[in-house]
Design a protein around this ligand. Structure first.
Ligand code: PMP
Length: 385
């Protein structure tokens, strides 16, 4: 018998999982590697899901999601993300992850090059490779606030480039793209005839007062932009698995078609929960955002006090810390930190080649744990490798 497929065998195991598993062997460890909100789904959302299940929302639904949810999402996109879409352009998926993979599957042919940021959201390169595409990393630099450099991107485009992937607010850097940059990125895609896939799953997690999220969809003048959103982090609903893609009508129709052989449809009861998150009280979500904002301030202050270099995140629930003074790779630092200081962080190598020299901590832990964790990271760096 032939072994597993080449594609499956080529897939690497995420180093974040290595840390995750190692942390389980240190029961008292401070867990700063996770991306799981520290809050549970608000009660009104859970109640709505229970009522919906009793009312019969326990069956298959349409491939692209319930019309009632898609109508609410079109209104949310107009209000929060600032552009108008028809509900038929919204395709609800099992999590943002499936919206991303379905979009790659819909748009990429073998050999197509896809531009991907580093440090950037893990696994995007693997996703592209799974569908026969060729991932090409473009580096983001701390000196530039981890924002893409238009001139550099311009040089990275080749005759084979087919799609530009961007992420704002960004995991792991916390960077939030200003609107001028977004306009420039849309313009670049137009001039080079590229698709623009914009991962905006943290659109409502803006930590800085006075700045806003800029959606790529606002600058789509000729139907080349796909944006991806999710209920996971903004609404503390990771396990419900509800995300959605917003796409030009033709692409949205292809995405719906792809759902049939892949997943059939997103969970019906979870979609009713998502509806409640959109229509119910905002207060629980505002309180979570306030907590992330407070923790971000505490984390930045603790890092400066401990002499660590950080790039202050403007959005998301993550922060990168500079550990480049450690003589060995970031995975080695993360494992050694766990072993000696009982603190678990995500090694920068997870975030692509330009992630080396950094570790990511999460603002999903409690305030005191974050501060204690940062102090131990600084102490470990001082002791040296
Ligand atoms: N994009 C980014 C940047 C993320 O950080 C995540 C979650 N970690 C996702 C997409 C996917 O999230 P989900 O599938 O839970 O919606």
């Amino acid at each position: 018998m032939r072994p597993e497929s080449e594609r499956a065998r080529a897939l690497r195991r995420s180093e974040i999982r290595v840390l995750f598993d190692a942390a389980l062997r240190h029961p008292g460890a401070i867990r700063l590697e996770v991306g799981e909100p520290s809050f549970t789904t608000p009660d009104h959302v859970i109640d709505a899901a229970m009522n919906a299940a009793r009312a019969g929302f326990t069956k298959y639904g349409p491939n692209g999601g319930l019309v009632s949810l898609r109508e609410l999402l079109a209104a949310k996109i107009a209000k929060v993300d600032g552009f108008e879409v028809d509900p038929d352009q919204v395709v609800v998926t099992p999590g943002g992850m499936n919206a991303l993979s379905s979009t790659f599957m819909a748009l990429i042919d073998p050999g197509d090059e896809v531009l991907i940021p580093t440090p950037g959201f893990p696994n995007m390169d693997q996703m592209v490779s799974l569908f026969g595409g060729v991932p090409v990393f473009y580096p983001l630099s701390a000196d530039n606030g981890f924002l893409p450099d238009l001139a550099m991107l311009e040089k990275a485009v080749t005759a084979k480039t087919h799609l530009l992937f961007i992420n704002t607010p960004s995991n792991p850097t916390g960077a939030v793209f200003p609107s001028g940059l977004m306009e420039g990125l849309a313009d670049l895609c137009q001039r080079h005839d590229l698709w623009l896939l914009s991962d905006e799953v943290y659109d409502e997690l803006i930590l800085d007062e006075g700045i806003g999220h800029t959606a790529a969809g606002r600058f789509d003048t000729d139907g080349r932009v796909v944006t991806v959103y999710s209920f996971s982090k903004v609404y503390a609903m990771t396990g419900w698995r509800v995300g959605y893609a917003v796409a030009p009508a033709g692409v949205a129709s292809t995405l719906r078609k792809l759902q049939e052989p892949l997943v059939s449809c997103p969970s019906t009861v979870s979609q009713k929960a998502a509806e409640a998150a959109l229509t119910g009280p905002r207060r629980p979500f505002d309180e979570m955002l306030e907590a992330y904002r407070r923790r971000r301030l505490a984390a930045v202050a603790a890092s400066s006090a401990a002499g660590l270099t950080v790039v202050r995140p403007q959005g998301t629930l993550y922060m990168l810390l500079d550990v480049s003074s450690w003589a060995r790779p970031s995975l080695d630092f993360a494992l050694s930190l766990l072993e000696h200081q009982g603190v678990s962080v995500a090694p920068g190598s997870v975030f692509g080649p330009a992630g080396e020299g950094w570790v990511r901590i999460s603002l999903a832990a409690e305030d005191a744990e974050i501060v204690e964790g940062i102090e131990r990271i600084a102490a470990h760096l001082r002791q040296g490798s």
